[in-house]
Design a protein. Structure first.
Length: 325
């Protein structure tokens, strides 16, 4: 499974919670923790001059890294710490500095904090986490800032639709469930054809409403059967999780993301795994998509796994299957 985790720390409550969970996860998986702090002098603009602001930022960053190094030592988790900074002349931005650090240390997972449920889109889009989701060649685990006690995952849910994006997410969810001896739920949401026909403006094709309803009912039944086949195949592919459960859920008049969240609550899942579209990053994945609703409203941490075949950024590398280095 994951062997080296990048844990960005900045001293904020969401960062502290994410780092604590990442450290516990690293201990459970016998992985190495890499704590990285990016120096941001602009946070100390109130000081007399730029040099003083830089020195203060570096002092705070070093103290923060020393704190987490001690915690890692107490947990008997091997770790590295790195104090880094942005490089405006070449690759500006905190996310770029974090990606560079992760690549340098060979990290295969990033664990980051977010600022809670309602603030997620505002925090991610156009921010460090959004750019990390687009640039980092690894899965990204987002930990809610409003969680009181981050715990390791015992009940993992992965959204699956048979696409190449969800195939890779399923692989990671299965491998993680096996490593943590967690139960795994695979959920498939059957879309509502009535809503699809109306949104596509295809209802005019049927002058007879009874004929339309009969046709929709027949096609809806086929979609359910297809979903059942997809779930059976997904369960067959899971070879690591000690227990695999499949859930077929009708979307009805609700959003697919809403149904995924409902299943997560019903099954008391403590992690939701989602596939992303690769080079389009989190912005395209969130806006107008299933994951937008899940990411905005779900209270559980979210593991985003993107399709490596879609990576096109010159500085990005392909994501290895879980467990392979």
């Amino acid at each position: 499974m994951y062997k080296c985790m990048l844990l960005p720390v900045d001293g904020s409550p969401p960062s502290e919670r994410a780092a604590a969970l990442g450290l516990a996860l690293a201990k459970r998986l016998s992985a190495t923790a890499v704590f990285v702090h990016v120096v941001e002098p602009h946070r100390y603009r109130g000081l007399h001059d730029d040099q003083e602001a830089l020195e203060r930022a570096r002092t705070v960053g070093k103290a923060l890294l020393e704190q987490w190094e001690r915690k890692a030592g107490q947990a008997q988790v091997p770790c590295f710490t790195q104090l880094t900074s942005t490089q405006p002349e070449s690759r500006p931005g905190v996310a770029e500095a974090l990606v560079d650090a992760g690549v340098a240390h060979g990290c295969d997972l990033v664990v980051m904090g977010t600022h809670g449920r309602t603030g997620l889109p505002r925090v991610l889009l156009g921010s460090v986490a959004e750019r990390m989701a687009r640039l980092a060649p690894t899965p990204l685990l987002l930990v809610r800032g409003d969680e009181l006690e981050p715990t390791l995952f015992r009940r993992i849910l992965v959204a699956f639709d048979g696409s190449i994006y969800s195939e890779l997410a399923l692989q990671h969810a299965d491998a993680l469930a096996g490593a943590l001896k967690a139960q795994l739920w695979v959920v498939y949401v059957v879309p509502d054809l009535t809503q699809l026909y109306l949104s596509a403006g295809r209802a005019w094709m049927f002058a007879d409403q009874a004929q339309l309803q009969a046709q929709l009912a027949q096609e809806q039944a086929r979609l359910r059967q297809q979903g059942e086949r997809i779930l059976r195949e997904a369960a067959r592919q899971c070879t690591h999780a000690p227990a695999v459960h499949t859930v077929l859920k009708e979307a009805g008049r609700s959003l697919i993301g809403e149904r995924i969240r409902e299943v997560a609550e019903e099954e008391q899942a403590d992690l939701i795994v989602l596939g992303t579209h690769g080079h389009t990053g989190l912005r395209r994945f969130l806006l107008g998509s299933v994951a937008e609703d899940v990411a905005q409203q779900a209270r559980q941490p979210i593991l985003l796994v993107r399709n490596p075949a879609a990576l096109t950024h010159p500085d990005e590398s392909h994501l290895p299957p879980p467990g392979e280095r």
